[in-house]
Design a protein around this ligand. Structure first.
Ligand code: NDP
Ligand code: MG
Length: 331
């Protein structure tokens, strides 16, 4: 089991008198910048001139400057722009302005782990990855609470990288909830695995396969939609709040018996073999290479696959049914 760091274990002192540059002011960027500032630290936001975020960050009371200038005047640089944008922004606006002993920080390990960003030997490299979207990171902080974070040190040049990482996690409210140490490799590989086999890929593929089965068997698509997609939220909310056993306490015995006897037949040895294969593609860098190359050629496969799913019957039926549910957010 991992060691968990909380508020009492961590001091903000290593960050006092230092300046933190937050590069990007989107989901994570706005939350980190505002929380660190409210923790009494010196924060600047680095953005490209003319972008949408500049005005927003200024309106929120933050000091905003161009990325290169923010990097030049700071001791810690947290990169919070989309992962696919980071390598070229790093090469052009960050790397040339780094000084000896500066700390480079990330909220996800992909670019460092797969060598798309290779920081020089004379900087600290660490990660603070909140386990929630930026909106929650900000909201919890304002309420005096926090979102759990992962922290990792990839390179400890100054001998203080881990203390700086923990202090940063405290500054955004993470230690109020609890902070767990990991590595860039573990965070990156488990993050990709999770989104591929469960969170995004696994769940959507299972929803579509189950829906298609019912529709092909002659059942009405509307009824199939409710069973295979709509009701998922109720079950996931229960699992999220009470674990698998807690969810099972809330469903009927018939549902529970079907769960424990049929579930393992759906996720059978063949599926488990595929899970291992997908993990291996992540560990060997095969997935990363595929995705990096796909981006370099303008994402043709990615676009085609997304487009095909947008035309799926489940989306058509879903739009119609969701319009009948007044509590749904408008698309
Ligand atoms: P966003 O997509 O919200 O970032 C948008 C920001 O990046 C905007 O301020 C935008 O500026 C700026 N930006 C985009 N492209 C460029 C560019 N080419 N040059 C300069 N600025 C640019 O990012 P997230 O907050 O979602 O993700 C940031 C990092 O955090 C990623 O590494 C991600 O993996 C990680 N992370 C994200 C989580 C999340 O919930 N979203 C959770 C945990 C980690 P402008 O408006 O001017 O275009
Ligand atoms: Mg992810």
């Amino acid at each position: 089991m991992a060691r968990i760091y909380s508020d009492k274990d961590v001091s903000l002192d290593v960050l006092r008198g230092k300046r933190i540059a937050i590069i990007g002011y989107g989901s994570q960027g706005h939350a980190h910048a505002l929380n660190l500032k409210d923790s009494g630290l010196d924060v600047v936001v680095g953005l490209k001139k003319g972008g949408k975020s500049w005005e927003k960050a200024e309106k929120d009371g933050l000091k905003v400057m161009e990325i290169s200038e923010a990097v030049r005047s700071s001791d810690v640089v947290m990169i919070l722009i989309p992962d696919t944008e980071q390598p070229k922004v790093y090469r052009e606006f960050i790397e040339p302005y780094l000084k000896d002993g500066i700390a480079l920080a990330f909220a996800h390990g992909f670019n460092v782990h797969y060598g798309q960003i290779v920081p020089p030997d004379w900087v600290d490299v660490f990660m603070v990855a909140p386990k929630g979207p930026g909106s929650l990171v900000r909201r919890m902080y304002v309420e005096g609470k926090g979102v759990p974070c992962l922290v990792a040190v990839e390179r400890d040049y100054t001998g203080r990288a881990f203390d700086i990482a923990l202090a940063y996690a405290k500054g955004i409210g993470g230690t109020r909830a609890g902070v767990i140490e990991t590595t860039f490799a573990e965070e990156t590989e488990t993050d990709l695995f999770g989104e591929q086999v469960i969170l995004c890929g696994g769940v959507t593929a299972l929803i579509k396969a189950a829906f298609e089965t019912l529709v092909e068997a002659g059942y009405q698509p509307e009824v199939a939609y409710f069973e295979c997609l709509h009701e998922l939220k109720l079950i996931v909310d229960l699992i999220y709040e009470q674990g698998i056993s807690g969810m099972r306490r809330c469903v009927s015995d018939t549902a529970k018996y079907g769960d424990v006897t049929r579930g393992p037949r759906v996720i059978d040895d063949h599926v488990r073999e595929t899970l291992w294969k997908i993990l291996e593609e992540i560990q060997t860098g095969e997935f990363a290479r595929e995705w990096i190359l796909e981006n370099m050629v303008g994402r043709p496969v990615f676009r085609a696959l997304l487009r095909a799913d947008e035309d799926h019957l489940i989306e058509e039926v879903g739009r119609e049914l969701r319009a009948m549910m007044p509590w749904m957010k408008r698309e």
